[in-house]
Design a protein around this ligand. Sequence first.
Ligand code: BES
Ligand code: MN
Ligand code: ZN
Length: 511
Amino acid sequence: MSRQPGYLAPDVTVASTLPRRGAASAVLIVPVVSTGDDDRPGAVVAAAHPFLPGEAVAEIEAGLRALDATGGSEQVNRLVVPSLPVGSVLTVGLGGPRDEWPADTLRRAAGAAARSLGGAESVITTLSELDMAATVEGLILGSYRFTAFRSEKTAPKDRGLRKITVLSTAREAKTQAAHAAAVAAAVATARDFVNTPPSHLFPAEFAARAQALGESAGLDVEVLDDKALQDAGYGGVIGVGKGSSRPPRLVRLIHRGSQLAKNPKAAKKVALVGKGITFDTGGISIKPASNMHHMTSDMAGAAAVIATVTLAAQLKLPIDVIATVPMAENMPSGTAQRPGDVLTHYGGTTVEVLNTDAEGRLILADAIVRACEDNPDYLIETSTLTGAQTIALGTRTPGVMGSDEFRDRVAAISQRVGENGWPMPLPEELKDELKSTVADLTNVSGQRFAGMLVAGVYLREFVPDTVSWAHIDVAGPAYNTGNPWGYTPKGGTGVPTRTMFAVLEDIAEHG
Ligand code: BES
Ligand code: MN
Ligand code: ZN
């Protein structure tokens, strides 16, 4: 598959027993729980016992006791266990004992384990007996790293995690592992796009990479260049892009999955739209210098949408999925749009641009109108749209807005997959904030309240009443500027790829 020079996902193998030889350099990841018992502070989770020779459990627990390790949540410890045919054991804590663990607890534990391998290239784990999908996703996502721009001076000496062996007795283990590996690889693709710096990922290059990736998965791809955008009346994309020497693009990636459905006529059609600002300086309404470099992440919505539609093709989802992805660089210059300019969106709505830093909604409105010309049943749009999202919900909780029912469905699914989107309202009265004295709308409100919701209200103006839609604001969650945690590294997180793909699967199954 043609991908940007980025992360190479490890191979995943399912086995029903611990390999007896050939694993001398492998690390065995074993889940442990805290017992509250001083003599046995950390205990191997019982589901792991059948895979281990009798004396191994006692040896591991003796090791934990010697280290005072309690099996607390995501606590990791490395042990040498002579009775096992592996190089070492890495225990990972799940917290208190229980019969079943939430999937994301296991996903995070797997991620934390993957982040503490210290260069080991092969792992074997029993965590998979608790939840195959969460284990595979957590291990792959936790071992993710982005080294494309390191010379020999700082490149890692090891090749990273190359081989994962997941132990399981479940009959569907292989199918589940392959599915989870594909999902995790899609998230890694989204992360690679986000982590590629704006020097190297500008609209034309982003479009070319999206096209190559999409075509390799069998998608039909159309790319509109700046001339085509101008001629067709994409005033929002043109207005935002015209301050840059690197002109805008609009990419369409089409998965005709209804052909794979039992009843193609009844198959649903889903439109995806993602914000692809390859760098957001704010334009003439320029941003402060501190932290402006974080705006390399302002194409994270586009990255997630491209990864999601590609995955839909790879996993042959029996529904139509059409991604519409506007791409532009928001720069200040002599050719940039000015505060006070009026532009005409695709479809004819006019907008007074009072703040050139509210550029996301300008390119998204054009793309939403285009996407809805295909008469989709559902529209999912995602963007790093507002700083107000992080004020309202923090850095790990996407805000989900849109039509009430579909919004709640998307948020519930997002919770289930561990991306934790939360439903937010679009109060009717906020529309009054967007009244212009010269055009149909202004692009910002006059006050600073409810910034996330005002942006959603702006987008709503462009969605036909017949389309069930959701807007997912991932300004914070798409890009981790803090320390790594669970399976989330620094930099691009790939959020909300797993949410969107799970929603597509849900629609494929339930309509
Ligand atoms: N890309 C930003 C939003 C953003 C902020 C994403 C922080 C990630 C982290 C967006 O284009 C923007 O600048 N929004 C403005 C809107 C305002 C001018 C109404 C904002 O949030 O300040
Ligand atoms: Mn902006
Ligand atoms: Zn932006």
